[in-house]
Design a protein around this ligand. Structure first.
Ligand code: 13P
Ligand code: SF4
Length: 336
């Protein structure tokens, strides 16, 4: 931890905070000493939040010390968008990736939206530009464009409607057309084919995390752990999704975990998901052949503190683009 503390806390305050953190983090094998190191940061971040009337929205993949130390709300992309739209706070610190912070700004432009590290990108978002969408629209005139939320504001602005992994099937089925352009996740588009009678025109974007899971892995884990329930994110390949007991968004995975009596669960997604759930459900056994998303892990307590102190890095979107993107995002919210 390199950032210099600007507020000093008493030994008693630090010990009390470390013990609060340890209550959750001990399930992830964090020791009291690590919680003592986190404590001055979480204390100062929580103080600054009050001072600045800021809210911290965190995606389910964020580090556990963020989720259990400073986040006000933790969820999937859809629920985070709704929280960003309805918050009373003046400032939103987004602990997630760039497209998520941008979606918050699209929906709630009067708020100051901060992302602690501008390098927190996404391979799906980087796979497509607004020009690519314009060319597709020329090639397939009149075909509605359904765009996954993991895209830039400029790409959303060229789209008819946005969707997330939680509502992709519903949104595609709601389109008044037999054919739909679905961008940019190629595997999610393929997974949708079995859920809809519509013809889907897809793009070649992939998530660098979810593309790595294999069918062989799932088969082998199922053999080792009989009775294992397999939860898969729909950014995975259809070959992997085929073996799922449940496939969907990260918050849908959480709901499944909370409603099942199964004790052994395999989470085929980014590592943070199992960490978040292990702390909430220490009675369950999470088998996680997990892979880290380097973008999601750009956020940590030091840069969240710097973000709150210095107001960086502020998300700005050109108003014309924002208004067009807003229409596509709001249409998703109205349909779901
Ligand atoms: P969720 O909306 O399911 O949380 O997914 C976001 C994401 O980026 C998954 O990789
Ligand atoms: Fe993007 Fe994949 Fe990381 Fe999610 S896990 S932010 S889809 S690269």
């Amino acid at each position: 931890m390199k950032t210099m503390q600007q507020v000093s806390f008493s030994r008693h305050e630090i010990e009390a905070e470390a013990s609060r953190l340890h209550e959750k983090l001990r399930h992830l094998k964090f020791g009291l000493a690590e919680c003592m190191a986190f404590a001055p940061y979480t204390l100062e971040i929580n103080l600054l939040k009050k001072e600045k009337n800021a809210v911290i929205l965190a995606h389910n993949y964020q580090r556990p010390e963020i989720i259990y130390g400073v986040a006000d709300f933790t969820a999937d992309s859809l629920a985070l968008s709704k929280a960003a739209q309805t918050t009373d706070a003046d400032m939103i610190v987004f602990c997630g990736v760039h497209f998520m912070a941008e979606t918050a700004k699209i929906l709630n432009p009067s708020k100051k939206v901060l992302l602690p590290d501008l390098e927190a990108g996404c391979s799906l978002s980087e796979s497509i530009t607004a020009k690519d969408v314009r060319e597709l629209k020329k090639k397939f005139p009149g075909v509605p464009v359904v765009t996954y939320v993991n895209t830039s504001a400029e790409v959303k602005a060229e789209s008819d409607v946005v969707c997330t992994s939680a509502n992709a099937t519903k949104i595609v089925n709601a389109m008044d057309s037999d054919t739909v352009i679905f961008l940019p996740d190629e595997f999610m588009a393929k997974n949708l084919e079995s859920k809809t009678s519509k013809k889907i025109i897809s793009w070649s974007g992939k998530c660098i995390v979810h593309e790595q899971f294999t069918e062989e892995q799932i088969i082998s884990y199922k053999k080792t752990y009989p009775g294992l329930k397999v939860l898969v994110h729909t950014e995975c390949t259809p070959a992997v999704v085929k073996h799922a007991d449940m496939a969907g968004s990260t918050s849908q995975m959480q709901k499944y975990v909370e409603s099942t009596s199964a004790k052994q669960l395999m989470l085929v997604t980014e590592c943070g998901m199992a960490d978040m759930l292990k702390a909430k459900h220490p009675e369950k056994d999470f088998i996680a052949p997990c892979i880290i998303c380097p973008y999601m892990k750009k956020n940590h307590l030091e840069n969240i503190l710097a973000s709150l102190r210095e107001g960086k890095f502020e998300i700005k979107i050109e108003e014309n683009v924002r208004k067009k993107a807003f229409k596509a995002v709001q249409r998703m919210l109205d349909l779901s």
